[in-house]
Design a binder for this molecule. Structure first.
Ligand SMILES: [Zn+2]
Ligand SMILES: [Zn+2]
Length: 140
């Protein structure tokens, strides 16, 4: 799978210096798991290994802060459980209906903009697609 470029990696490093140990642990945990589009729960478990005093509330507050700063974004999911990923150039996602994993792919072809979107006066800045199906491992 081709790598998708991060948009705000330098922001990450900049903010890391000013963070409390708890927030830094959350950020570190997210960075370790970012390829997997982790849930808050998974980030919490990993963050506890770096800083045992991290609570679930801190994880949620930190993730919210990172989203506000544009460092991370919510990734599309199957069942509505929030998953997070690094804020990267727009890319397509494939969500596996069996294992729930999210895969990402570079956009080679811009999606066709729905005629109604233009007609109703919306200005499109970026677009991406989500594909649903079964990943290679789950087809066996
Ligand atoms: Zn799968
Ligand atoms: Zn993604």
């Amino acid at each position: 799978m081709p790598a998708v470029t991060s948009l705000h990696l330098e922001k990450f490093q900049e903010s890391e210096r000013r963070l409390t140990p708890q927030r830094r642990a959350v950020l570190k945990a997210f960075l370790e798991l970012s390829q997997e589009h982790p849930t808050a729960e998974a980030i919490y478990r990993a963050a506890r290994r770096h800083c045992p005093t991290v609570g679930m509330a801190t994880v949620y507050r930190s993730l919210e802060l990172f989203v506000q700063k544009g460092i991370i974004v919510k990734a599309p999911t199957l069942n509505g459980t929030a998953r997070y990923e690094m804020n990267k150039i727009p890319h397509n996602h494939f969500v596996c209906l069996k294992c729930g994993r999210t895969y990402e792919f570079l956009i080679k072809q811009e999606p066709v903009v729905d005629r109604d979107i233009k007609k109703d006066g919306f200005e499109v800045i970026s677009a991406s697609m989500i594909f649903f199906g079964y990943c290679p491992a789950c087809q066996e």
